[in-house]
Design a protein around this ligand. Structure first.
Ligand code: ATP
Length: 373
C-alpha cells in the first residue's frame, strides 16, 4: 500500500467560512471538519453552494468570511498553487498534445524533477493505466481519461484531493465502475478526498461522511447509513430516497420510545430518533422508508406480529420493477404512501383496490419536527 502522508496534517477545517456575491449569499457561515484520510462528500442539488465550498478549500474562490485550515496551517490567504491540495474537474483538463505518461509527469517536471519514471510508473499502476502510457488522451475512454486526471492530481502528493463532479460526464455504467475505482484509489493512497456531487447514490457509495447541503447551508452531516436511516429534516429524508410521512399527535413516552397517535391507532418510535420531540399534545412527522414496510392483505391482519407499527390502506397502484414491486397506497393517515415490498413472493391478492395492513418495526421509524416546512 502506498501511503502518501503519515502525519495528521490532512484535516480540513472550515471555520465560519462564507461566500457572498453582492447581496446574494452562496454559502452561509459554515463550520466543517473533514478528518484526514476520510472520503468526504458534499452532496446537494444544483446551486446549493457545494462547488463554491470546494473552490474555497482549493483557493480558487476567496471566502467573504472565515478561515480554511489544513492541519495546523491557515491557508485562507494562500494562492491555490501554494496549498497542499489538488483538484480534479469534471472536464478532466488533460493536455491533448501530451501522452498519458507526460500528462501524469507534468507536475513533477514543472517542479524541475528530471527522473520521473519510477513515480509516474507507480501512479499509472495505481490507476491501472500502465499499458496505456504512450497513448494520447483522445484515444482513451472517458473513464480512462478521468483516471489520468486523478493520477496527474496525485503525483505531487497533495494532502487533500478535491473532486468536483468528476464522474458527471460519464454514462451510468461507467460512473458506477469509476465510483468503486475512486474509492479503491482513496483507500490505497490514504489521503483525504473531498468529493462534490449532486448524485445521492454516488455520495452514499463512495463517502465515509456526507454533508448534505441546501441553499448554502449544511443541512445534516453523517455517515451514509446514518443519514438514510435517521434524517433530521424532510429535505434530507427526501434527498436521500423516498420517504413516507405520517402527521401524528404526541401521546407520551413509554420507556425509551415515543408513543404517537395517527388516525385511530398508535405508533411507537425510538425517542432518540426524533430530535427534540415535542411534548404530549404536540405534532410530529413520523417517517419510514418504503422498503421497511411489509404489506398484509386485510383478511390476514391477525397474522401481523405484535409490536409492529401498523396502519391500514387501500392499494391504488402496483408496479413490478424487477427486484421489487412498488405499491402506491391510499391511507387515511397519509397521502401518496409509496411502499416497496422487496424480496418477497408477490401475493396475488395485493392488487389495486385491495384493503391492506402496512406494518413495520418501530426501530425503523424516525420523527421530524412537523413545523419545519
Ligand atoms: P452546481 O452543481 O450547479 O455547480 P453548486 O451546488 O455547486 O451547483 P455553486 O456553484 O456553489 O453551486 O453556486 C452556488 C450559488 O452561487 C448559485 O446560485 C450560483 O448561481 C451562485 N454563484 C456561483 N458563482 C457565482 C459568481 N461568480 N457570481 C454570482 N453568483 C455565483
Amino acid at each position: 500500500m502506498t501511503t502518501m502522508t503519515d502525519d495528521h496534517g490532512g484535516d480540513v477545517r472550515l471555520t465560519g467560512i462564507a461566500k457572498t456575491y453582492g447581496s446574494f449569499t452562496a454559502v452561509h457561515p459554515l463550520d466543517l471538519t473533514v478528518p484526514q484520510g476520510s472520503f468526504f462528500a458534499l452532496l446537494g442539488a444544483s446551486g446549493c453552494g457545494k462547488t463554491t465550498t470546494l473552490r474555497m478549500i482549493a483557493g480558487l474562490e476567496e471566502p467573504s468570511a472565515g478561515t480554511v485550515r489544513l492541519g495546523d496551517q491557515d491557508v485562507t490567504r494562500l494562492p491555490p498553487y501554494k496549498r497542499p491540495v489538488n483538484t480534479v474537474f469534471q472536464s478532466y483538463a488533460l493536455f491533448p498534445h501530451l501522452d498519458v505518461f507526460e500528462n501524469v509527469a507534468f507536475g513533477l517536471r514543472r517542479r524541475g524533477i528530471k527522473s520521473v519514471k519510477r513515480q509516474v510508473g507507480e501512479m499509472l499502476d495505481l490507476v491501472q493505466l500502465g499499458e496505456q502510457a504512450r497513448k494520447k488522451p483522445h484515444r482513451l475512454s472517458g473513464g480512462q481519461q478521468q483516471r489520468v486526471a486523478v493520477a496527474r492530481a496525485l503525483i505531487n502528493h497533495p494532502k487533500v484531493l478535491l473532486l468536483d463532479e468528476p464522474l458527471g460526464a460519464l454514462d451510468l455504467k461507467l460512473r458506477r465502475q469509476m465510483q468503486l475505482e475512486l474509492k479503491r484509489i482513496q483507500t490505497e493512497v490514504g489521503i483525504t478526498f473531498v468529493h462534490v456531487t449532486h448524485d445521492q447514490e454516488e455520495a452514499m457509495t463512495m463517502a465515509d461522511t456526507v454533508a448534505v447541503m441546501n441553499a448554502g447551508r449544511v443541512e445534516q452531516l453523517g455517515t451514509p447509513a446514518g443519514l438514510y436511516e435517521n434524517p433530521r429534516t424532510t429535505f434530507v429524508a427526501n434527498f436521500l430516497g423516498t420517504s413516507n410521512f405520517i402527521e401524528a399527535g404526541v401521546d407520551g413516552r413509554s420507556g425509551a420510545d415515543l408513543v404517537v397517535k395517527a388516525g385511530g391507532g398508535r405508533l411507537t418510535l425510538p425517542a432518540d430518533r426524533c430530535g427534540t420531540a415535542p411534548a404530549p399534545g404536540g405534532t410530529i412527522l413520523v417517517g419510514v422508508r418504503p422498503e421497511k414496510i411489509a404489506l398484509t392483505p386485510a383478511a390476514d391482519a391477525g397474522a401481523v406480529p405484535e409490536g409492529r407499527n401498523r396502519i391500514t390502506g387501500t392499494i391504488r397502484d402496483a408496479s413490478f420493477l424487477g427486484v421489487s414491486t412498488q405499491y402506491v397506497i391510499d391511507s387515511p393517515v397519509c397521502r401518496d404512501f409509496a411502499v416497496y415490498v422487496q424480496n418477497v413472493e408477490r401475493d396475488p391478492r395485493l392488487v389495486p383496490g385491495a384493503e391492506v395492513v402496512l406494518h413495520w418495526s418501530p426501530a425503523h421509524t424516525f420523527g421530524l419536527d412537523a413545523a419545519q416546512d
